[in-house]
Design a protein around this ligand. Structure first.
Ligand code: PMV
Length: 332
């Protein structure tokens, strides 16, 4: 197995010249065709390609400055964390891949503007923003595909957060994973809306890394997942090109439910839903029966993300009080 450091090393200059300060923003993203299952756990290489839409201004902003007291400092939303917290350990391990022999102590300050109430994961935008900030701080001048491939090593879905709009993470087949990076699709859809429905917040018991490993190892149903994902990816490309909202929504919803089916078929079973998640799904289905074109997707957690178009925003905001609405391509 190739290590992350072995892959990154050839892309770094012989001597690093740290800057004074770097700051970068990366958006969060919602997968319409999910990444679920790794073929390489060290490099986060996926079993299937995935496709997402970015959450525009919602994401992470990371600032890097030199630490003058000889120790690393990791801050999250204005609060300094202990260096042995799980967040700090992940951040520092990622930074170590780049600062190497220099071992320069840093202050790494991250702010997430994703409403915590929406219960959205922030690892995708967090690692993407950290990668962009490191690139600036050390003047690495990496190409977008390289930034995406390296962000992927922090968290798979971070590969997609390097870009905005519709983004496809191509699975690649190289052993070093350098062809497993995201690309931005040349498409916009100004009327598209994402609604964040909060069901529950707080740490989940089984994170996506452990969840996907359990599914791959124990769910026979998982065998059908790569086929489902490949077919869905084709459908999503068609839907995006044709601006066919029904096809986009239906494909995303079926894809998410298929992923959850593989989780439920794992052992021990993995069910991220709460009773409120099921109630919200039934509400979406009831609204569709009444002629409102709305679909949902869900990740490794209990919250729903609704897909709809701008003209139905007021109906949906009334049906789901507290709905946080995002326009991924800005207001039309
Ligand atoms: O990037 P990770 O390791 O947090 O995995 C993300 C997994 C899902 O959110 C369930 C799907 C996806 O493609 O974002």
């Amino acid at each position: 197995m190739i290590s992350k450091a072995q892959v990154i090393q050839p892309f770094l200059p012989a001597t690093l010249t740290p800057g004074e300060r770097a700051e970068a923003f990366a958006p969060s993203n919602i997968a319409l065709c999910k990444y679920w299952g790794k073929r390489d756990k060290e490099l986060n290489l996926p079993i299937n390609a995935s496709l997402s839409v970015s959450l525009a201004h919602l994401g992470s902003r990371t600032r890097i400055t030199p630490a003058l007291d000889g120790a690393d400092h990791v801050l999250l939303n204005g609060t300094e964390l202990t260096v042995d917290s799980s967040f700090s350990r992940k951040v520092i391990a990622f930074v170590d891949l780049f600062r190497g022999a220099l071992a320069q102590p840093l202050i790494i300050d991250t702010h997430n503007n994703i409403p915590t109430a929406a219960g959205l994961a922030s690892s995708a935008s967090g690692f993407a923003a950290l990668m962009l900030a490191l690139d600036q701080f050390y003047g690495l001048q990496l190409a977008p595909e390289q930034l995406s491939a390296f962000a992927r090593m922090g968290s798979g879905s971070a590969s997609r957060s390097i870009f905005t709009g519709f983004v496809e993470w191509q699975m690649g087949n190289r052993e070093d994973g350098m062809d497993s990076h995201a690309v931005q699709l040349p498409a916009t859809w100004p009327e598209l809306r994402i609604g964040l429905v909060k069901v529950a917040t707080g740490e989940k018991k089984v994170d996506s890394r452990a969840g996907m490993q359990r599914t791959v190892e124990t769910a026979h149903l998982y065998q059908s997942w790569p086929l489902q994902a490949a077919a869905d990816l084709t459908r999503l490309h068609d839907a995006i090109v044709e601006h066919n909202f029904e096809l986009l929504g239906a494909t995303a919803e079926q894809n998410a439910l298929s992923m959850h089916a593989t989780m439920i078929a794992s052992w021990p079973p993995l069910l991220y839903w709460q009773p409120e998640s099921v109630a919200a799904m039934q509400q979406v289905w009831a609204l569709r029966e009444q002629g409102v074109p709305v679909y949902f997707t869900m990740d490794a957690g209990p919250n729903l993300k609704l897909l709809f178009t701008a003209e139905h925003e007021s109906v949906l905001s009334a049906a789901f009080p507290g709905l946080e609405v995002v326009a991924p391509f800005g207001q039309p």
